[in-house]
Design a protein around this ligand. Structure first.
Ligand code: MG
Length: 252
């Protein structure tokens, strides 16, 4: 069942998502060659508690496995759910930073991909197109439109640029739970799927690859990588549908 949020709930969700956005901004500034992905995780956690929130991903379980960190850091061919470690970032890497918090019982969830120093033109274009696809999708979030309009807008943007959309991971509703109904695929047909309604809050998160869209899971049971080991990028916003259209909760 899809839960519709009241304006009061949307304001709490806004607060939770602003915390996420502010922390992502700080992490972006700290991202540089020589920094360990675990340094970013520790900073994210520290800032979260300072803002009276709790990290949402630490301890999250999927298929009996427990995610051990607060932040997901996915480098280069890693698509999502990378586990922060002693890995040191190098110039030319791109790193996906996916972060979530719980604030007053409500979840915030957003992601960005950041270049480490100077990155290749193709990596730059991949990140740009992924973010653009996210916003093209968000543009569709008006009452009366259908979920497929969003999915199709994202897919078209990505494929017109010569990139691929990951299928096995999708966006989601968000609220009192991190992952709520409905699933929000980044591929699909316009004018299909559920009707969008005021009060729906969706985490939209295109995962885009330079090559094919096939995914493999690393031995840690979490980190998803591209099967062809080419680059992947990921951007995410949590967005409420209001009578005036999309309200991007995780935008500062
Ligand atoms: Mg998400």
């Amino acid at each position: 069942m899809i839960s519709l949020k009241s304006p009061r709930e949307i304001e709490i969700l806004r607060h939770a998502n602003v915390i996420v956005a502010e922390i992502l901004q700080e992490l972006k500034q700290k991202t540089a060659a020589g920094v360990k992905t675990s340094d970013l995780d520790e900073l994210a956690e520290e800032l979260t508690y300072k803002k009276n929130a709790r990290p949402a991903f630490k301890g999250y379980t999927m298929g009996g496995r427990v995610f051990p960190r607060s932040l997901c850091t996915s480098v280069n061919e890693e698509i999502v759910h990378g586990i922060p470690s002693s890995r040191t970032l190098r110039t030319g890497d791109i790193v996906g930073l996916d972060f979530g918090v719980i604030y007053e019982g409500y979840y915030g969830d957003a992601a960005i991909t950041v270049g480490v120093g100077k990155v290749s033109e193709e990596a730059e274009r991949l990140m740009r197109v992924t973010e653009q696809a996210l916003y093209r999708g968000i543009d569709q979030l008006h009452e009366g439109k259908r979920l497929g309009d969003l999915s199709s807008a994202i897919q078209t943007t990505v494929e017109n640029a010569g990139f691929s959309v990951v299928r096995v991971f999708v966006g989601h509703g968000i609220g009192k739970k991190l992952h709520e109904e409905p699933p929000v695929p980044n591929y699909g047909e316009p004018d299909r799927g559920i009707r969008l309604r005021e009060g729906m809050v969706l985490a939209i998160e295109p995962m885009v690859t330079e090559g094919g869209h096939e995914v493999e899971l690393k031995e840690d049971g979490w980190t998803a990588v591209t099967k062809d080991r080419r680059l992947a990028a990921h951007f995410e916003h949590s967005v409420a549908i209001t009578k005036d259209g999309p309200y991007i909760l995780s935008l500062l």
